[in-house]
Design a protein around this ligand. Structure first.
Ligand code: AHR
Length: 632
């Protein structure tokens, strides 16, 4: 192949925001991830699962396979009891003495008999509490006791064999909730320590909101972030942070949707909620912390707001238009919290939470992966409300895989396009943005990753993404922003493969895609100049982008497949265009003479062996649809 570069033919300057980050609370990216809290199930609500999760529609079919919503066998996740032989004790969740409205459950520890030794209740962290020699850990918890409980509580960092790393003690003084705070300094390294509360005398006490943070968080912030994971993000040289989701924002019901107002203030006041990704989030990493994370990393902030539609694909719930006001107000208040003056209500709350200066939220995405007329009606209401009060905020419309959700007649500044596809797609569509309308909205490729058969990231997948990214680079007058997804996965609870960065309590690594993102992020340049690639090879022709695709498409319009004179398959009325989307819609007829009819979507793939057609049977429930593959 020959690459010709016309250095004197300047097309346009680079987009300074081309590469950014999309952070979502998925696969424990936040809790048990970048949020440095070491205690799992710190306020004992992890087993509060919405009713709908007990039916199959809550199951997730992700590229990682079918994932069960929760582990029924673990009654109090993260917590275990240990006692010396001869002692009698039990622990249970208790709703009799809620700390406050947002914390309904606490842990009741009943030590009936402690003739010798001790009774301990231990938190095992997010698959182990990692401690480091010389490191200080800040512990806080609420406790209360019955009058009969005279004892001290020994508080230790130790392992399952009883090896001790740090110790302290408190005397419980009250039969009402009281907050206790202390520090522990570890004298050794250990990746699977536990935090233990032990009593050497009988009696009953309760624990609530147990929180343990290393002092050494990113920039030493309280309620802060894991420096090693932030360090990985910094290596990518990003320019913006989109947060907090994703489907996480949508939820699969109103109850599971993200409501930012429940995620600010003292951690004891925040409401935890069940996420669409099959675990409960503490919301300790809340709206304020996301803004702070972006500011601390020098990034533009992009908040994704729920627009009154929960995840349409699951299927979700829809807030009626006449009840949309509360949701619109939530969005306006979010902007006011981030950017308003301290003299206003929301600005003063921001100051109270430690940030008097405005954060400078710049982008607002209205909904995530919502589509169709219901979305467009709601989008319009949100758009008008935000532009009336905050015209400087840049809004983002979002789209889906469906053809026919064009933005025409809508006031759209930026469209967020998502792609989860295979190697062929990323290689063939490297030039798809060459063909986009320059008079339409700008494009934000908000989520993309090579997923097919790509358990935890492969070099070929990364190279395919790189091919596609060259198309974004070449068209960055139009594609002004992009972000890979998902960003993080804890290897102990991965609901989506591949993610860009995998980690456990102490270790972290980037996939080949991480290194591609890093390479592109590090080498931004200043101007885009004219360039051409020419090649004689067949594969270059096949991967020749849309030109080649258009030619091949003629072959499959009104397609009839016969075997031995019998018609096996007929595809009528194929519509859709590669510029818009990589899916085509048509009617598939199978069998002769009875003709069973299916509505299908077809993915047309040009491979080195010729043309392949993938058909998606829309009659199956959305999460059971499979692509049937015909080689032509
Ligand atoms: O990145 C994982 C999920 O993929 C996001 O939550 C959603 O927007 C998309 O479907």
């Amino acid at each position: 192949a020959t690459v010709t570069v016309h250095a004197d033919q300047i097309r346009f300057p680079v987009s300074p925001t081309l590469y950014g980050l999309f952070f979502e609370e998925i696969s424990h990216a936040g809790d048990g991830g970048i949020y440095a809290e070491l205690i799992r199930n710190r306020s004992f609500e992890d087993t509060l699962v919405p009713d709908r999760c007990h039916v199959e529609d809550c199951m997730l079919h992700s590229p990682a396979g079918w994932v069960s919503p929760f582990d029924h066998s673990d009654p109090i996740p993260g917590w275990i009891m240990q006692m010396t032989e001869g002692c009698e004790a039990e622990i249970k969740l208790d709703d009799a003495f809620p700390l406050n409205e947002t914390n309904p459950l606490s842990l009741k520890v009943e030590a009936a008999s402690v003739p010798h030794g001790r009774v301990s209740v231990c938190n095992t962290g997010f698959w182990g509490i990692p401690v480091r020699s010389g490191e200080t850990y800040n512990l806080s918890f609420y406790a209360k006791k019955t009058d009969g409980f005279q004892g001290e509580l020994e508080i230790t960092l130790e392992d399952r064999s009883g090896n001790l790393y740090a110790s302290s003690s408190v005397t419980l003084t009250s039969s009402e909730w009281r907050k206790y705070e202390l520090t522990l300094v570890s004298d050794r390294d250990e990746s699977e320590a536990m935090l233990a509360f032990s009593s050497r005398s009988a009696g009953t006490f309760w624990l609530e909101l147990v929180s343990l943070f290393p002092r050494a968080t990113f920039l030493h912030r309280k309620n802060g972030l894991r420096p090693d994971l932030v360090g990985m993000l910094q290596q990518l040289k990003p320019s913006f942070l989109r947060f907090p989701g994703g489907c996480f924002v949508e939820g699969f019901s109103v109850e599971t949707a993200y409501r930012w107002k429940k995620t600010i203030g003292d951690i004891s006041e925040r409401t935890s909620h069940w996420t669409l990704w099959h675990y409960r989030t503490t919301n300790g990493l809340g709206y304020h912390e996301y803004l702070q994370m972006a500011e601390d990393m020098g990034l533009y902030m992009m908040f994704v707001v729920n627009c009154g539609l929960t995840c349409q694909g699951r299927p979700g719930e829809l807030i009626p238009m006449e009840e949309l006001g509360e949701w619109v107000q939530d969005m306006l208040d979010a902007i006011e919290y981030a950017n308003g003056p301290v003299t206003g209500y929301w600005g003063s709350l921001r100051a109270k939470n430690g940030h008097p200066e405005p954060f400078g939220l710049k982008y607002l995405e209205i909904g995530n992966e919502n589509f169709g007329p219901e979305y467009n009606r709601r989008y319009q209401v949100f758009y008008e409300a935000v532009k009336e009060k905050y015209p400087e905020i840049v809004t983002i419309w979002n789209t889906h895989w469906e053809v026919g959700t064009e933005t025409k007649d809508l006031p759209v500044e930026i469209v967020d396009e998502h792609f989860y596809a295979d190697n062929d797609f990323y290689q063939q569509y490297h030039d798809m943005y060459d063909h986009y309308d320059r008079n339409g909205p700008k494009i934000y490729v908000g989520e993309y990753a090579m997923i097919a058969g790509n358990k935890s990231g492969t070099l070929l997948g990364a190279l395919s993404e790189a091919a596609f990214m060259t198309g974004m680079e070449r068209n960055q007058d139009l594609v002004t922003m992009s972000s890979y997804a998902p960003l993080f996965a804890n290897i102990h609870h991965t609901v989506w493969d591949p993610s860009l960065i995998y980690f456990d309590g102490t270790k972290v690594y980037g996939t080949p895609s991480f290194h591609i993102q890093k390479m592109f992020g590090e080498h931004r340049g200043e101007l885009v100049v004219d360039s051409h690639v020419t090649s004689e090879s067949r594969s270059a022709d096949l991967y020749g982008g849309l030109g080649a695709m258009e030619k091949e498409l003629d072959r499959i319009r009104d397609l009839v497949v016969k075997r031995g004179g019998e018609t096996l398959l007929r595809l009528d009325h194929l519509t859709g265009s590669p510029q818009q989307c990589r899916e085509f819609h048509g009617t598939l007829w199978i069998g002769d003479p009875s003709w069973r009819q299916y509505d299908v979507s077809a993915k047309v793939i040009l491979g080195s062996e010729g043309i392949r057609l993938r058909l998606l049977d829309r009659h199956q429930p959305w999460d059971k649809q499979n692509y049937l593959l015909w080689e032509l």
